[in-house]
Ligand binder design. Structure first.
Ligand SMILES: [Zn+2]
Length: 320
């Protein structure tokens, strides 16, 4: 091959290479400019005074972790959390959510300096009649605001364990959706495990991974820490009587328990099953400066309304 022809071929190959290189460069630059245009199309969040920043992320491919369904979890139905309407239009304050996301509601009566509290439903559906009683007391006070002393603020938490209540009105409804007995989860005398002799056995419950590990427990702890509650009744069922809080039993709590026993058929001292109660709400309330009792209704069906209306009236006026 003549030398001149060979150099012509080399020149042609170089030419083709340069043209292809330019074409590739052109495509890359065009793509890049297109991407910039797309990025500019994504709406930038607009900040408005007093309004939380709302930003919807552009559709992207997300790799979500696989979720193992909690066997205890109860499907949340789209119903009004409070199943009744009050004549006054009074609404509950939501102080937190259960582990499965159900609201924990508190009704407030009065504006006085003394602050007292009634808690129902800590054992959920197993003790559903305490929730029914709380609803009756709330409805009564809403209709009779004149009975609330001027110097009192009364809080009624109608259902501390809405997941258990949703699961069933039987033994399966006692724990929350993580299998925790909420009345063993408070951070006073808390124990991971305890001797089950004389205590609840079936279905098995735990005291939680740590003191106050459950969102229901923490919601109520925070509420009690933020309000100076000087007396508290935690409703249960059934039949064991009135238990004062504190270890050993706190003096003022004993006085409150005796006062309740005097005007009801609920026994004080309470029946001793031999169970050593750990991590209870009443013990926590006492540690926060309240007089506190666990009060057990007569059975798992009735609200004993008349008797507990008497307890409410006494409790609102009780001298601490
Ligand atoms: Zn109970």
């Amino acid at each position: 091959m003549p030398r001149r022809r060979a150099s012509q071929i080399v020149a042609v190959i170089w030419g083709v290479n340069i043209v292809s290189l330019l074409a590739v460069l052109g495509i890359v630059l065009f793509r890049a400019s297109q991407r910039t245009v797309q990025a500019a199309d994504v709406p930038t969040p607009v900040e408005m005074p007093g309004v939380d920043l709302i930003y919807t992320a552009p559709p992207t491919l997300y790799y979500l972790p696989t979720i193992t369904r909690n066997p205890l979890a109860t499907p949340i139905e789209g119903v009004t959390p409070t199943p009744f309407l009050l004549a006054s239009g009074r609404r509950a304050t939501i102080i937190g959510l259960s582990v499965s996301g159900r609201p924990i509601e508190v009704f407030t009566f009065g504006k006085g300096e003394r602050q007292r509290m009634i808690v129902a439903g800590i054992h959920g559906g197993y003790e559903w009649n305490t929730i029914a009683l709380a609803d009756e007391l709330i409805t009564y006070l809403d209709a009779h605001p004149e009975e609330i002393p001027d110097d009192l603020t009364l809080y009624i938490l109608r259902n501390l364990n809405p997941d258990g209540d949703a699961r069933g009105h039987d033994r399966n409804g006692r724990a929350n959706d993580r299998g925790v007995d909420l009345n063993r989860n408070f951070p006073v005398n808390w124990q991971a495990d305890w001797d089950r002799n004389g205590c609840w056995k079936d279905p098995p419950v735990t005291g939680g991974e740590s003191p106050g590990s459950e969102s229901e427990t923490r919601a109520l702890m925070k509420f009690i820490e933020r309000h100076q509650i000087d007396a508290l009744i935690s409703y249960h069922s059934a039949a064991l009587g009135v238990f004062p809080g504190g270890t050993p039993w706190d003096k003022d709590s004993i006085r409150l328990a005796k006062e309740i026993a005097k005007i009801t058929t609920y026994p004080y001292p309470p029946l001793d099953t031999g169970c050593l109660y750990t991590g209870t709400l009443a013990d926590f309330a006492v540690s926060m400066g309240a007089a506190a009792v666990d009060l057990e209704l007569s059975n798992h069906r009735d609200t004993d309304f008349e008797m507990n209306l008497g307890v409410l009236q006494m409790f609102m006026n009780w001298e601490r």
